[in-house]
Design a protein around this ligand. Structure first.
Ligand code: PEP
Ligand code: MG
Length: 891
């Protein structure tokens, strides 16, 4: 026989906390609390399996449920000493939903069930309080009427309003027993009129009605939407808890409250919450009366804490708090009721908390000995950690939302609106805070993005140029904000009829994608203390290394500060846009002959050499992976007539010829065009110059410090082994030349990005020519899905909303497609070279669920933007712990 009903309380506990799948979170925890000796009113839980069976059988209950329900109820009656439907000593129960995971406010509850025209008199006699009894009865009719019978709640409110008008009273609290009696009468008449049936008087009919309504609420629109948004499968079902009522509204020695065992916004170890004297749970949340604080320490002068008002019950609750934290080893969110000075626990669950609180609670609990350091590492959500590394909006600050785009790079920023990178730079130099607003950004905007406090674009997705660069620089960014239109010529942006002009203030929240008009107050991040401690603990268990994607000295220094163990991707093209170099870069591209290109490259060489000297210096002793030039050449082209004329002069060429050459270079589909190693093969002198700069820098550092760096040179967009062999041979040749010239030599490696499906499928052949692979999952996602990185923002949100893609594949690696290719490449690569070093440097390298995937493939390192390094350190630690392969470096 299937057990459908599990009792708890009064010494008969059939459930445990671990049974939450069967009993729901609330039921499992009620049983657990009762079994550790806490005061829980007796009751029983109808399992989630009943819900599933009910829906599977065309909304019919299992045959033997009725008998089990009656046995459960009989146990409650025996424990309380009251009987269901008894005219003198009636048992009243609550009926509440309770799913596996909490779904706040999504499903229904009925309180005071068991009251009818006869039992209400019994309650009058038992409580000695007629007003309380009639108020309870009307509350019951109201809840049951709206939840079970579907009567609009306004109909109930109208009746109360009518009686208040009639008696000249303003507040519910002023109504007398006789007046509540009149309300009950009015309610019953109205229910009969609306439903065509009298209000049910039989407690068993009431109970079945309430149970069915709770199971029914599993399928209401609110709950269905909530489940969809939170990935909760419909098959889980909800449980139903039936429990003896206790009353917090039976007089001044009664109360009810909701609290957290620690402060859920700061994590401070203080009893935090609210209670109300002479009230039922719904009154605390309804907002009609102002709840009062628990601890005296938190009370304002005009408030009355529970500590002061009900010292005995408070003291008991303080003990319960300690017991619960010791038992659950986590911060709890609890509900309680005090009836005639006696405390009852109605709920406990793990409390929701802010990122800051979750960090503090985890570290504090480890220090208090409640959990160990490893457990603390598991407790903090890496994605939430991101919030702590940037300024965030003060939750208390007032704000006016203008529009919403993609949360492309976290943190918040306020500043005056500017529409060009040059203006951003000029105004920032004068000490102004600016928000750079562009339809989209291009590599030429980098100086303005760097100067800006935040970036807003109206086009582009999560791996658009703006998003990638902003994350790399740690600048907050809202991308693809399609609701905003930008008019460059009139220097104005508008959304929903609101206009913001250049020079006016805008605030963006890159963590939510929201854009606000005017300034909003901020909170600064804290990187020392608990944060540093947790990072240290994470580092002790992680297996994968964490590197950063960085090219400027500033980014490299930031990366070190955040704990990066090297550079996993230095995108050298980002070094080419510096105003001091772009002229030479353009000269190189537009030169029609090798000789012309070599002349321009010779001008670039000293800059590149210095770049690498700086990077090697900052990353002293750590690996630095330098990727040779990747993007299509036309990205560097001059646009304006003046720029074209300037390059023409420098090359001694004719302006029209220059324009024609620029046109020749433009491509219909540049991301699949003349870029990456294809450039290095067509114009070998480019990679030669870069390789020379790297080796000269490495030798110089080696000579100066006697600690030579070990450069890792990476070739982009390789599809075939031959491409790698050709470029590798060029590099090896330059290395020998430089070593001979300077009379010094350094160790180096040559490897490749794996960012094309063909490279994955032929990774065994490619591995023969490579010392390492770094998965470029941005391009790999683009080419596997056939989805443009820069244009997908137009329809990707719809795909995600409709569930066609579970997540944005540019943010979180697609394990079945892109991930499968990564796995194939890793296996094939290792099959040929067991010790080939494997890493990832696409944006996924900073995404916690993608990092879990990387651990499962056994990659050696992940590389991400500097500001995500701590997130990656924590995610890598959690991934190692979850796979059971954590490394304990504490010993
Ligand atoms: C990639 O494609 O994943 C990568 C890291 O290179 P980029 O983003 O520069 O194309
Ligand atoms: Mg790439």
């Amino acid at each position: 026989m299937t057990q459908w009903v599990y009792s708890f309380g009064a010494g008969h506990n059939e459930g445990r906390a671990e049974m939450r799948n069967l009993l729901g979170g609330k039921g499992a925890n009620l049983a657990e609390m009762a079994s550790i000796g806490l005061p829980v009113p007796p009751g029983f839980t109808i399992t989630t399996e009943v819900c599933t069976a009910y829906y599977a059988n065309g909304e019919r209950y299992p045959d033997d449920l009725d008998a089990q329900l009656r046995a459960g109820l009989a146990r409650i009656e025996a424990a309380v000493g009251n009987s269901f439907g008894d005219h003198h000593k009636p048992l009243l129960v609550s009926v509440r939903s309770g799913a596996r995971v909490s779904m706040p406010g999504m499903m229904d509850t009925v309180l005071n069930l068991g009251l009818n025209d006869a039992t209400v008199e019994g309650l009058v006699a038992a409580s000695g309080d007629a007003r309380f009894a009639w108020d309870s009865y009307r509350r019951f009719i109201q809840m049951y009427g709206s939840v079970v019978l579907g009567v609009d709640h306004h109909r109930f409110e109208e009746i109360i309003e009518h009686i208040k008008l009639d008696t000249g009273k303003n507040e519910d609290t002023e109504l007398t027993a006789a007046e509540w009696h009149r309300v009950v009468h009015g309610y019953k008449e109205m229910v009969q009129e609306v439903t065509g049936h009298p209000f049910p008087q039989d407690p068993w009919e009431q109970l079945w009605g309430a149970i069915t309504a709770v199971f029914g609420s599993w399928q209401n629109q609110r709950a269905v939407t909530y489940r969809r948004l939170n990935d909760i499968p419909a098959e889980w079902g909800t449980a139903v808890n039936v429990q003896a009522m206790v009353f917090g509204n039976m007089g001044e020695d009664c109360a009810t409250g909701v609290c957290f065992t620690r402060d859920p916004s700061t994590g401070e170890n203080i009893f935090y919450g609210e209670y109300l004297i002479n009230a039922q749970g719904e009154d605390v949340v309804a907002g009609i009366r102002t709840p009062q604080p628990m601890a005296q320490l938190k009370a304002k002068p005009d408030e009355r804490s529970m500590e002061l008002a009900m010292p005995k019950a408070y003291a008991e609750l303080v003990e319960v708090r300690a017991t619960l934290e010791r038992h659950y080893r986590d911060m709890q969110d609890i509900e309680f009721t005090v009836q005639s000075n006696k405390l009852y626990m109605l709920q406990t669950r793990s409390g929701k908390r802010t990122a800051a609180a979750s960090l503090k609670i985890a570290v504090d609990m480890a220090r208090e000995g409640l959990i160990d350091n490893t457990e603390a590492v598991k407790r903090v959500n890496p994605a939430a950690l991101d919030q702590l590394l940037h300024p965030t909006l003060d939750p208390k600050a007032k704000r006016k939302v203008l529009a919403k785009g993609l949360p492309a790079s976290p943190g918040a920023a306020s500043g005056i609106v500017v529409f060009s990178a040059d203006e951003a730079e000029a105004r920032a130099q004068k000490g102004e805070s600016v928000i750079l607003v562009r339809i989209e950004t291009s590599p030429e905007d980098i100086h303005g993005m760097h100067a800006a406090k935040g970036i807003l674009t109206t086009r582009g997705g999560m791996t658009s140029h703006a998003a990638v660069v902003a994350r790399g620089m740690g600048r907050p960014c809202v991308a693809g904000c399609g609701g905003v239109s930008v008019d460059y010529s009139n220097q104005v942006l508008s959304s929903g009829g609101v206009q913001v002009r250049g020079g006016e203030i805008l605030t963006i929240d890159g963590g939510t994608g929201e854009v606000f008009v005017g300034p909003v107050a901020m909170i600064e991040p804290q990187l020392s203390g608990d944060f540093a401690t947790l990072m240290e603990w994470a580092d002790q268990v992680r297996r994968m290394k964490v590197r950063a994607n960085a090219e400027t000295p500033l980014d490299a220094e930031t990366a070190r500060k955040f704990g990066a163990e090297g550079i996993g991707l230095c995108r050298t093209e980002h070094m080419f846009f510096d105003p001091a170099r772009i002229g030479a870069v353009r000269q190189m591209i537009l030169a029609e002959t090798e000789q012309g290109r070599r002349a321009a490259l010779a001008r670039l060489l000293p800059f590149q050499r210095q770049d690498f000297i700086d990077l090697f210096g900052i990353m002293a002793g750590l690996p630095v992976t330098i990727r040779l030039l990747d993007p299509p050449l036309h990205e560097f082209l001059p646009h304006s007539d003046a720029e074209i004329a300037e390059v023409a002069t420098s090359l001694g060429a004719n302006v029209d010829d220059m324009r024609r050459r620029a046109q020749d270079l433009s491509e219909a589909n540049p991301m699949l065009g003349h870029r990456g190693c294809r450039l290095g093969i067509s114009y070998p002198e480019i990679y030669e110059m870069q390789a020379r700069a790297i080796f000269e820098a490495a030798c110089q550092i080696g000579k100066d410090t006697h600690k030579p760096p070990h450069p890792e040179i990476m070739i982009p967009l390789v599809a075939t082994r031959r491409e790698l062999e050709i470029t590798r041979a060029q590099i090896d040749r330059v290395a020998q030349e430089v070593f001979a010239e300077v009379g010094y030599h350094v160790e180096y490696s040559v490897g490749t990005m794996i960012e094309l499906p063909r490279a994955c499928l032929t990774a065994d052949a490619i591995a023969e020519a490579a010392d390492f692979f770094s998965f470029g999952t941005n391009d790999l996602t683009q080419t596997t899905f056939g989805l443009s990185r820069d244009d997908a923002g137009k329809f990707l949100p719809l795909y995600i909303e409709k569930g066609i893609f579970p997540k944005d594949p540019f943010v979180s690696i697609d394990p079945d497609g892109v991930g499968a290719l990564v796995r194939i490449a890793a296996e094939k690569g290792r099959g040929v070279k067991a010790d080939i070093k494997l890493g990832i440097c696409g944006e996924h390298g900073g995404d916690p669920s993608s990092i879990t995937f990387c651990e499962s493939v056994g990659l050696d390192y992940v590389s991400c933007s500097p500001y995500r390094v701590p997130v990656a350190r924590l995610a890598a630690a959690q991934a190692a712990l979850a796979s059971g392969g954590g490394v304990d470096r504490t010993a």
